[in-house]
Ligand binder design. Structure first.
Ligand SMILES: [Zn+2]
Length: 253
């Protein structure tokens, strides 16, 4: 199976999974982008996966369904027209055409009903976790997003993480402020800058890599707590409070 990033809008990726002539897409915000690739590669769309209700993730759904009457998986907790397989935490998504079986994970925070799709070694996390960052709070709470990120952080380190936006370099500028001294992060930044200079996606990343560089997964690190304390003028009571303060800081960064 191959996993292809289809760039859409300014900085979205629609991830397309393909095996032989079968394809599955995650968060098709733009139908034309998907349609063009399917035609060019002579692929048959077999399913659509949705992580949350935002327009840049579902905008192409209706149009794709007019040409491809395929099952659409999505979060049970969000009302999304076209989703006919609502998923709750732990529900299976069998994709026999790809020889793949994904599992839905509840990861609220960016939105209240956000889900991710997981299989051993693979994670499609929508707008929950980004490379060196995380989603904004647009419906869920900081406590929810913190818990969701902790859950993703506990996945095996070699899990490939397919995020839906190319935000990495901007996120790394904030990461530098939130944790000034981090040699692994600096090396990661150089790699990402070289990739972007060649217009190559910085994704997927891995859980192990994000544990080293992503301040939102490092809210128990003394250096991050120190930077948050300096910024807010108050020491956060615990990792959850540190996360909430870090998220507010980034919103205004
Ligand atoms: Zn979103």
């Amino acid at each position: 199976m191959d996993i292809i990033p289809l760039p859409a809008f300014r900085d979205n990726y629609i991830w397309l999974l393909r095996r032989q002539r079968a394809a599955v897409v995650v968060d098709p915000g733009d139908a034309a982008v998907v349609e063009d690739y399917l035609q060019e590669q002579e692929l048959a769309l077999r399913a659509i996966l949705i992580t949350h209700h935002h327009a840049d993730h579902i905008g192409g759904l209706k149009e794709l369904l007019t040409r491809h009457p395929v099952p659409v998986y999505g979060p049970a907790g969000e009302a999304i027209e076209g989703v006919d397989h609502p998923l709750r935490d732990g529900d299976a998504v069998p994709l026999p055409e790809l020889a793949l079986r994904l599992t839905a994970l509840d990861v609220p925070g960016h939105t209240a009903g956000h889900i991710a799709y997981h299989a051993p070694g693979l994670l499609f996390c929508g707008d929950t976790l980004f490379a060196a960052g995380c989603g904004r709070l647009l419906g869920g709470t900081a406590a929810q997003l913190h818990a969701s990120l902790q859950r993703l952080a506990a996945l095996p380190g070699d899990t490939a993480v397919y995020c839906t936006h190319e935000y990495t370099l901007a996120n790394l500028r904030f990461a530098q402020a939130a944790e000034p001294d981090n040699a692994l992060r600096d090396a990661y930044r150089l790699r990402c800058e070289a990739q972007r200079a060649r217009a190559v996606p910085t994704l997927p990343t891995t859980i192990a890599e994000q544990l080293q560089v992503n301040p939102f997964l490092r809210t128990a690190e003394p250096a991050v707590i120190e930077a948050v304390t300096r910024h807010c003028g108050q020491c956060p009571a615990d990792a959850a409070a540190c996360f909430a303060a870090l998220r507010r800081w980034k919103d205004a960064f």
